[in-house]
Design a protein around this ligand. Sequence first.
Ligand SMILES: [Fe+2]
Ligand SMILES: [Fe+2]
Length: 177
Amino acid sequence: MASTAKSASARSSARSGRSRRTGRRDPLAITLLKQDHREVEGWFDEYEQLEAEGDKLALFQKIALALKVHTRLEEEIFYPEERGDVEEDMLDEAYVEHDGAKKLIAEIEAMRPGDEFYDAKVKVLGEYIKHHVKEEEQPGGIFPQAKKGGEDLDAMGERIKARKAELMAEMTPAKAN
Ligand SMILES: [Fe+2]
Ligand SMILES: [Fe+2]
């Protein structure tokens, strides 16, 4: 019970962009990346409740798009600009974890809900992402190290926001009608 309450408060503090420890606002880049994390975590939880194959496919497509855009934002902007501020090994591992996630996403995209292991692969992807997000957000992780570094993370946040809008437009599959 106590741990549930704690994680709920951690979640809501991340959503509001306030760190529990300092009470200070996160800089914009961190706030935006954490918002993406919370959104996709929510969708993985939602997926567990679904029964209909059409609903599963629609939600997985939303998850896949969000993860593709988010990993591009980190790989194009956040990770390269944090080289020097964040431990090299941690950044290298983050790229490798992104690649692992992309491979799993591609495997799921080649399948249909109802296929053997479809749900299991979505579940494992969710666990994999949760692990990766922890490496980014936990004390001593990539985000806390970035916050201590020299980059202007509010200015970077503006660039992340603009690039996200471009990527969403570019990568959203055209609706056939
Ligand atoms: Fe990442
Ligand atoms: Fe991330």
